[in-house]
Design a protein around this ligand. Structure first.
Ligand code: NOJ
Length: 741
């Protein structure tokens, strides 16, 4: 046993002996006291693994690297870890990160789809399965959940978001953190979560990725920061800064956000990582003149670890010696990083168990992924109760998404094999061998513009009782840097739908996409529409379960569907203008020629597309009908700190069992700053047998009514509140209460 190894054992011993937080700090302090400046800066340096190289081994051995991303081979991960643990002077383990966004091997619906379930339990389970699969091959850390509020469907990363609402994203984001991390990071199947992108990234100008944001302080607090605060309180171990600048300050250099908000206010004690080269990208932003200044700005702002761009490793030693960055700043950053390594148990258990049985694609995981896909699908239309379909009829299965194993997985899938995807065609063949169908893809992929096979699709529809048309987006059309100015169904898919409809056969449109598309002009050509945000490995079985009525749709829209791209941004929880439009505002074709300037009324709407969306936030149909009644409050007024109970009766008045997402919306009528027309404050998935009714109850306290007001303090302001309970954000059932001083 050599001296180095003895010192490793000593450190490991000190660290193992620590059983609670103070001793955790003591152990880290002891380790810190033995580190050179270069070793400390090494911890702040994350590199992308680009294959095995002597140079990489040498740098790990020299203690120059604290983290690697994208090592997925457990044998190679263990080899690299062994160099860090057994050959570097202090034996500090590497933390290995990977984008495990909506599954590792077993792929769940994209996060936007999971948000449509309005179900924190299934979201937590999905993250749990992803963590177990990833940790089994030596991944310690995922760059998820993405908590960027997304109000712009042109932005490709809306796919990765939990939608437009800060409350929904807060609840589901916290559930994901819990699923990845469990109650303790030391759980051998836990991985550290990384909440991103801190902050505002979803509000980039024009829905263009990486773009500037202009989020004023109240909006920042009341909307964009909320899901992050909730995830930090749920124990998220790490945070990633965003690419955007807000009001001129890039997030990777934003001292106010990283120190005042994250550390001082929220007491975050994990570490902050940059996004990919976002520190040196501050040069392109015009915020730093070179790599050295970028490193100085970011480290002083409180950014602990640099992802891939190497400016910390190169310039921090000199910046410290020149007094531009203090030892204290470095020590703090390293302490944050060591803390998470320590909590993950990496000092004690640095290696992946390569002998353990595979954790991937377990039966139970696939069943959960299927259930998640079922709960994530949203029924947007069902004329004449076309759905559920009769299995005895003959079905024409048409369209480029019916058998697209890669595409249905969605964005950010690096580790799953498309051969494991159960597409609708594969699922039909294996699960329903008795069903008679004819399959005609008609288009090779979603952007294909070759219409030569349309005639076959037409013939298939003519020979069948019903046509099920699978359209949508390939996975590459959403995700990072995959923004679109036009969000109609891509290519000639709308023409295909019209062609099929022209046969006179009933048409079911099944969409699989990474964003809400503008489908208003397609709706007349589909009798029923089932919308799936890319549903993952088990998309096919989930869709047929829904189409055949083995399951009843229960998903609700986590984002507003616009009628036309020009309406963006359009979201349910907007402020009112001084001139809200009436329900029937003037429309383009009704305007008389040479109408007088003021004759149309001066209100806030588009002459061509009005003020309303195609489908509102929270919307989604079922095969049954839910009726709401009897909205009651426990009191007409409450005082600060007092609970208010809100009850409503929900009845299933149809013939089949179903699950409804009951939603609670509140409006603060007058505030020290203008308040949104309504805000989601609670939701509950309620299962009801045919004919059954239940009383659903929500409890609010004044804290739930609090917001950052004119004095920049978070509190509830006394006054009147409107309350709605219902099945979407247009719920009509309404009452009021007062918060008294
Ligand atoms: C850039 C993306 O913005 C971020 O979300 C991701 O985690 C990193 N790349 C690492 O792949």
């Amino acid at each position: 046993m050599n001296i180095k190894y003895l010192s490793i054992l000593f450190i490991a011993g000190v660290i193992t002996a620590c059983t609670h937080k103070n001793t955790e700090d003591t152990a880290i302090d002891q380790l810190l006291s033995r580190m050179t400046l270069e070793e400390k800066i090494g911890q702040m340096n994350q590199l992308n693994y680009e294959g095995n190289s002597q140079e990489l081994d040498k740098r790990i051995k020299a203690g120059e690297i604290g983290s690697l991303l994208n090592v997925v081979d457990p044998v190679e991960g263990n080899r690299l870890q062994k160099i860090a643990v057994e050959e570097s002077r202090l034996g500090i383990p590497l933390i290995i990160g990977r984008d495990v966004i909506h599954g590792f091997k077993t792929i769940f619906p994209i996060p936007l789809g999971q948000a449509a379930s309005f179900n924190p339990q299934i979201v937590e389970k999905g993250a749990r399965i992803a963590a177990t699969e990833a940790r089994s091959v030596g991944i310690h850390w995922t760059f998820a959940p993405m908590l960027d509020i997304s109000r712009d469907a042109r932005w490709g990363r809306i796919a990765e978001s939990l939608g437009e609402d800060p409350y929904l994203a807060s609840v589901l984001g916290a559930a994901m953190v819990k699923g990845f991390q469990t109650d303790s990071l030391s759980n051998p199947t836990a991985i550290a979560a990384c909440v991103k992108h801190f902050v505002g990234y979803g509000a980039g100008e024009g829905g263009r990725d990486y773009n500037s944001t202009n989020i004023p302080p109240h909006l920042m607090r009341n909307v964009y920061l909320r899901p992050f605060e909730s995830a930090i309180h749920a124990g998220a171990a790490t945070v990633m800064t965003s690419f955007n600048d807000n009001d001129g300050v890039p997030s990777s250099g934003n001292t106010y956000l990283l120190r005042n908000v994250l550390r001082d206010e929220w007491k975050f004690d994990g570490f902050v990582v940059s996004d990919w080269a976002s520190i040196t990208e501050m040069i392109a932003h015009g915020f730093a003149q070179d790599d050295k200044q970028a490193a100085e700005i970011a480290s002083n702002a409180g950014l602990d670890m640099e992802m891939v761009s190497g400016a910390y490793a190169k310039y921090l030693p000199e910046l410290v010696r020149d007094g531009k960055v203090s030892d204290k700043v470095i020590d703090e950053a390293v302490r944050h990083i060591l803390r998470i390594k320590y909590r993950l148990g990496l000092f004690d258990h640095p290696y992946a168990d390569t002998q353990a049985p595979s954790a991937s694609y377990a039966e139970e995981s696939l069943a959960t992924a299927k259930e998640a896909a079922i709960q994530s699908a949203i029924l947007l239309k069902n004329a004449n109760h076309l759905l559920p379909l009769n299995k005895n009829g003959k079905i024409a299965v048409i369209g480029p998404m019916a058998d697209a194993p890669h595409e249905q997985l969605g964005t950010w899938v690096f580790d799953s094999e498309k051969e494991r995807s159960l597409t609708p065609i594969k699922a039909l063949q294996t699960m329903y061998p008795e069903v008679k169908y004819r399959y005609e893809p008609a288009l090779a992929y979603s952007r294909d513009s070759n219409k030569s096979a349309f005639s076959k699709a037409r013939a298939a529809a003519q020979q069948s009782d019903v046509a099920v048309v699978f359209l949508g987006e390939e996975s590459i059309l959403s995700g990072e840097a995959h923004c679109l100015a036009n969000i109609d169904l891509v290519g000639v898919q709308s023409d295909l739908l019209r062609e099929v409809k022209s046969t006179g056969k009933p048409v079911v449109l099944v969409i699989m996409a990474g964003r809400p598309l503008t489908i208003e002009k397609d709706l007349p050509y589909a009798d029923a529409v089932l919308y799936n945000f890319h549903p993952g490995t088990m998309g096919g079985p989930a869709i047929w379960d829904l189409l055949f009525g083995n399951a009843n749709p229960s998903g609700k829209l986590p984002v507003t569907f616009v009628r036309h791209v020009g309406q963006i941004p359009l979201y349910y929880n907007h402020n009112n203008t001084g001139r809200p439009a009436p329900d029937r505002a003037a429309s383009l074709n009704d305007i008389p020629v040479e109408a007088e300037q003021t004759s149309l009324g001066n209100t806030s709407h588009y002459l061509d597309y009005g003020k309303n969306p195609l489908f509102p936030f929270g919307y989604g149909l079922s095969y049954t009908t839910f009726e709401y009644s009897n909205l009651q409050l426990s009191a007409p007024s409450i005082q600060e700190g007092e609970p208010l109970t809100i009850q409503a009766t929900v009845a299933n008045i149809g013939n089949v069992d179903g699950t409804e997402v009951v939603q609670l919306y509140v409006q603060d009528v007058v505030g020290s700053i203008a308040r949104p027309v309504k805000e989601l404050k609670g939701f509950s998935r309620v299962s009801l047998k045919a004919g059954e009714a239940k009383v659903v109850e929500f409890t609010l306290t004044s804290d739930d009514l609090a917001f950052w007001g004119r004095d920049r303090v978070r509190k509830a302001e006394p006054g009147d509140f409107n309350v709605w309970v219902g099945g979407d954000s247009n719920a009509p059932l309404k009452t009021t209460f007062t918060l008294v001083e």
